[in-house]
Design a protein around this ligand. Sequence first.
Ligand code: FE2
Ligand code: FE2
Length: 152
Amino acid sequence: MSKPSKEVLEGLQKAYCMEVETVVNYLGNALHLEGVRADHIKQSLLSDIQGELGHAQRLGNRIKQLGGSIYGSLSLKFEQKMLQPPSDPTDVVAVIKGVIAAEEDAIAHYERLIELARQHNDYVTENLAVEILEEEETHRQQFQGYLKEYSK
Ligand SMILES: [Fe+2]
Ligand SMILES: [Fe+2]
């Protein structure tokens, strides 16, 4: 890699932003949900927050290694419409669907970042994106399983 690519850096910053938004919305939904059926999903969301926060940290470290800057809350752009806490706090299925949508957005973004990093011979970013991608695919699979059970 010669000099850090602006495109790769922007891809990392967008990924950082998406991870932080995911933390905010997993926390919000974990707190918001109520009822017998919600318990397992609340616990699952709370434990995933640690994973997503870890992703944000690793992305932030890579941004710094490339000489980029870290955005504060006023510069973060949030857009997870599907993951807003539902008006009915017992609507567990809406939250599960929101999580799957967010994981799918993350998967699509990491696939793009891998391609971008590869084009610029940025192997470290490529490897980081591959590792996070694998975890997002695991999350998606986990919530797709919940959806099968909860939508019976
Ligand atoms: Fe993540
Ligand atoms: Fe995830």
